[in-house]
Design a binder for this molecule. Structure first.
Ligand code: GLA
Length: 708
């Protein structure tokens, strides 16, 4: 709801209030919900601004930088008008959040140039997350250039620590908290994709609570925190201004991607708000609220080395254990026998598929499994039919050797011809295979941003506009298909992608110990509903470590369960274990996939960590706890739970694991379970403890309310 009193607007969400003074572009308040209803006058003249520009005595980082026709960069945007919109405006060419709510539109004009700056703040009826975006319109008769246009600026008073989610391939979204003191710190990507290295989700944490920010964008981004000597903390988030220079002809406009921000009293509350927002206002389509299938993916089972027989053997074993969907990964097309060739050749490799994609897909469907397919549409190998016939489709700087990563180049998606080509060939793959699931991969970032007739300063963003045009057309064409995004694991794991792909491959690292951290880090800003999590073979292909099959399953229950190994090689006992796991998962799938998800312990410090999913009515819950090492004669491992009803009594049991048959069963109050530390005397008693000294010890707890 948005309430107005003169120039003051109160934007209210269920638990927060944001107060803006429109005429002076000031933030008067953002935090816990105000119930008193006003008295803002003493707060007028606040140094906290909703946007900032060059030209004047404020030298803190700017949210808007516009190059005038004469080359000057000073502007003096001043208040022009404001409106409350009942329909949320779409952002042309870019993904954005959706839903019922109200939008505040504010307009500021730079009189000498007649350039207009618009800011949009949307509050939804059911969410504490506020969506913010901005737009520049060239009202003059001459061309101008946008040099920076942030999506959101929030000014706070005091010092905040800056929490970011950083990593690398196979170690994405590790939580890092920095006290920056006075100065500027920024988190960004210049890689053309949101990147494995630095996710666009960030948190500013202070005495007053936590403020989370994210960007609905999959390309270059930048989030900065500047803390000045005068005590102001400024957060500016948006598209990265690195190499950025966007021409605006008279009358044209440039829209920023949409950002989201949320105030919450604690990290847990922030995560819950972000999860609910993403599930309701970002993810869309038929699969939004549908339980996701248990899948088997052949990648780690076969890599490129497969034929029809191998694939059908895996599918047969998978079916026997209760798997619902078979995903055929890389290697089914063209002459793709390794990662040096054939990307771009989206025609069937008859030999490896035993007679074509449809033939293989039909055989899998005849077994009673759904069929899913892997594609990597944005890429090209120089050794491919596509490159031989259309070398100009590849992204390259003329006269320079391109950088090859994983032996491949990117396609020039800024070119409409290439976009149309990709839509056509990928639509054909989906249609001819009848796939009900598509894994859309992107295995390298951009290094040679260049397209004929495209100004260099516009290239990165034009690539993204081209990419969004493609994915929006394809996902609209196939509304029943479940799309899983992927980028060498979790390299483009962002809200822009979740507007098209209902789920994402969280990381190429399937080691349970590493996954615990990656999933915990991801869960600060993203719900378990978007995180693909697979049980793979041991020793693990990324780390070489081994963990019991039950541990691998327990950890994978923190996301969307799949298996990624050659299931035809499982022993009879392992088949039974996997069948029991899948039966358990299906029985509890709604809770695990759509319940309220909490982190337990601390995956980034200490020995105990895990997660817990609680049903909306708090009647049932499942928790997974783990100890990352066995400390000889060390403290008894213990854990506190979260999210339960404090006044209810729960019956608590542990899931029987093949390596731990000693099922615990007791009743206890929700308050006790959350406030006390439950000692886990026998956590280290796995029968397979000799397997690997570095293994992760896990237990799964099941909670059922027995008394209110
Ligand atoms: C990426 C993905 C993997 C797999 C391979 C195939 O690395 O993250 O899951 O699909 O590509 O080449």
């Amino acid at each position: 709801m948005i309430r107005r009193k003169g120039p003051v607007f109160c934007l209210e969400t269920p638990n927060t209030t944001l107060v803006i003074k429109a005429d002076t572009a000031e933030y008067l308040y953002y935090g816990k919900k105000l119930v008193s209803g006003g008295g803002f006058e003493p707060f007028f003249g606040s140094p906290r601004k909703i946007f900032s520009q060059y030209g004047g005595d404020d030298y803190t980082e700017y949210s808007v930088l516009l190059e005038n026709a004469d080359g000057g960069m000073s502007t003096a945007f001043a208040f022009s008008k404001c409106k409350i919109l009942t329909e949320k405006p779409e952002i042309a060419g870019l993904p954005s959040s959706y839903g019922t709510g109200k939008t505040l539109e504010l307009k500021y004009v730079d009189l000498p140039t007649k350039a207009a700056l618009y800011l949009y703040y949307t509050v939804f009826d059911d969410s504490d997350v506020i969506a913010v975006s901005s737009k520049l319109v060239n009202g003059s008769k001459k061309e101008m250039h946008v040099r920076r246009l942030a999506s959101v600026q929030l000014d706070l008073m005091g010092d905040y620590s800056f929490v970011t989610f950083e990593g690398t391939w196979a170690r994405e979204r590790q939580k890092i908290s920095r006290e920056i003191g006075k100065g500027v710190f920024y988190n960004d990507s210049k890689k053309g994709g949101s990147s494995h290295d630095r996710n666009p989700f960030v948190i500013a944490e202070g005495e007053d609570g936590v403020y989370g920010f994210n960007l609905i964008y999959s390309g270059n981004h930048k989030e900065l925190l500047e803390q000045t000597q005068s005590g102001r903390a400024r957060i500016v988030c948006g598209i990265n201004d690195f190499m950025f220079r966007w021409a605006l002809a008279p009358g044209e406009e440039f829209a920023s991607p949409e950002a989201v921000m949320c105030y919450a009293p604690s990290e847990d509350a922030l995560s819950l708000a972000m999860h609910a927002f993403i599930s309701e206002h970002i993810v869309r389509g038929k699969w939004k609220k549908r339980e996701r299938p248990v899948l088997v993916n052949n990648w780690e089972g076969t890599y490129f080395d497969f034929n029809e027989e191998k694939i059908l053997n895996i599918a047969r074993a998978a079916k026997e254990t209760g798997v619902e969907l078979f995903v055929l990964d890389d290697g089914w097309f063209g002459n793709r026998c390794d990662d040096r060739r054939a990307l771009g050749d989206w025609f069937d490799n008859e030999e490896k598929t035993g007679g074509g994609l449809k033939h293989l897909a039909d055989k899998i469907r005849e077994m009673g499994l759904d069929f899913g397919i892997w594609v990597e549409p944005e890429m090209i190998n120089e050794d491919s039919e596509l490159y031989r016939s259309h070398p100009n489709f590849a992204m390259k700087v003329p006269g320079r050797e391109p950088t090859r990563m994983r032996n491949q180049l990117c396609l020039n998606l800024a070119d409409e011809k290439v976009q149309n080509y990709v839509v056509r060939v990928i639509s054909d793959v989906i249609a001819r295979s009848g796939a009900s699931y598509v894994k859309w991969d992107y295995n390298r970032m951009l290094t040679d941003p260049f397209g004929k007739n495209i100004p260099q300063g516009e290239y990165f963003h034009r690539y993204m506009l081209g990419y969004y045009r493609i994915v929006s057309r394809i996902t609209k064409k196939f509304p029943s298909v479940l799309f899983e995004g992927c980028s060498g694991g979790g390299g483009r794991f962002d809200l822009g992608n979740f507007c098209y792909f209902q789920q994402y491959w969280t990381s190429d690292d399937t080691d349970a110990r590493e996954r615990l951290k990656i999933q915990a880090g991801s869960s600060y800003g993203y719900p378990q509903t978007v995180m693909g999590a697979h049980v793979s073979a041991c020793p693990n292909h990324q780390t070489g470590d081994s963990n019991p099959l039950e541990t691998r399953f327990n950890i994978a229950c923190g996301g969307l369960l799949g298996y990624e190994l050659d299931m035809s090689k499982l022993t009879e006992d392992e088949m039974k274990t996997v069948a029991a796991q899948i039966a358990f998962y299906k029985e509890n799938r709604k809770l695990l996939q759509f319940g309220d998800h909490y982190r337990l312990g601390d995956a980034f410090g200490g020995n105990m960590a895990g997660f817990m999913t609680v049903s909306k009515d708090k009647n049932t819950a499942i928790a997974v706890v783990s100890a990352s090492e066995y400390i000889i004669c060390g403290p008894v491992p213990s854990i506190s739970f979260k999210g339960l009803n404090p006044s209810a009594v729960y019956e608590v049991t542990t899931r029987e694991q093949v390596n731990y048959k000693n099922v615990l069963s007791f009743t206890a109050g929700g308050d006790l379970l959350m406030n006390a530390k439950l000692p886990l005397h026998d956590l280290y008693s796995d029968t397979q403890s000799w397997e690997n000294s570095r293994r992760l010890y896990t237990r799964m707890f099941i909670f059922k309310k027995v008394k209110s």
